[in-house]
Design a protein around this ligand. Structure first.
Ligand code: AMP
Length: 288
């Protein structure tokens, strides 16, 4: 396993692999690696000749007042954790390397980027698409791996790949959770002990939604949202950004529960904003 920090070195290596007819798997991350990341790594190593993990805290996807500065950065620890896991290259460029002075081109996927998190984090998905597009051009992956934890991000990237003919196969892996159900996230490290206890209410609320749909206890969308809201509001440190029931492809809010829906939420626990979601199928329920 080697660390590459420059675009030119990475491009050169990827081209040489492709010339040999080898496949390349890419796992884009912002580091502070955890078992959610490792499930993507495992899949990539299984399906490709070479796997590249990119590690870059991307400034363009953070808004004003967000946690760009305090986002955990621990390259040494991450490198140790990656040893023996099958990754060929850690691509860890500097900010200047990815955004040299004068850089002024961005990728924006319209409509979907304005839904859900897009309503609260304007410009976030523009930053995500731009960096993922750049990583695709630098690493030239055959396949790229993302987590359902960021479901909206995955759908937007899928659309970008399709609209801009990137020719990369995008793969979404299930959400990895803690024993008590909390979706694992690098941002969980910000939570105090009390907040960590309260955070489990997110998955509890999603499970309630699943139960309501599965048992057809409730079919009215607004009633369901109100029930989920009530559960979350039982915890003192929570502040809801959104709870939405959407079509899993268009991400548009649904008026009626169809065969498959996405229930997605973003909730502040103290000063930490957490997201979670569940895909629910009416016949046979699929939980991440
Ligand atoms: P991040 O480093 O937070 O930008 O995440 C990098 C990738 O890991 C993204 O595709 C995330 O969706 C994915 N990921 C993060 N947390 C989880 C999790 N708990 N389960 C599965 N995938 C995850």
């Amino acid at each position: 396993m080697k660390i590459i920090k420059t675009v030119s070195q990475m491009q050169e290596l990827s081209l040489s692999w492709l010339k040999q007819g080898k496949s390349i798997g890419l796992i884009p991350t912002m580091g502070a690696l955890h078992s959610g990341h490792f499930s993507l790594i495992k899949q990539s190593c299984k399906e490709n000749n070479f796997s590249v993990l990119s590690l870059f805290v991307n400034p363009t996807q953070f808004g004003k007042g967000e946690d760009y500065k305090k986002y955990p950065r621990c390259l040494k620890k991450d490198k140790k954790l990656l040893e023996g896991k099958g990754i060929e290259i850690i691509f860890a460029p500097s900010t200047k390397e990815m955004y040299p002075q004068g850089c002024s081109t961005y990728i924006e996927v319209e409509k979907m980027s304005g839904a859900l998190c897009g309503m609260f984090r304007p410009g976030h998905f523009r930053g995500v698409c731009t960096i993922v597009g750049k990583l695709f051009n630098v690493i030239k992956p055959t396949r790229a791996y993302f987590g359902q934890k960021d479901y909206q991000q995955f759908k937007i990237i899928e659309k970008m790949v399709n609209d801009l003919n990137f020719g990369v196969k995008t793969i979404m892996m299930p959400i990895i959770r803690e024993k008590d159900g909390l979706a694992i996230s690098s941002r969980n490290a910000y939570l105090s002990v009390k907040e960590r206890e309260e955070a489990v209410v997110l998955v509890k609320a999603l499970k309630k939604a699943e139960e309501m749909i599965k048992l057809k206890k409730k079919t009215n969308v607004q009633d369901m949202i109100n029930q989920i809201k009530k559960i979350i509001q039982t915890r003192s440190k929570t502040k809801i950004d959104y709870i939405k029931i959407c079509h899993p492809e268009s991400l548009k809010e649904v008026a009626k529960i169809g065969n498959e829906v996405l229930v997605a939420l973003a909730v502040w626990i103290g000063k930490t904003r957490l997201i979670d979601n569940i895909l629910i199928k009416r016949k046979g329920v699929k939980i991440a």
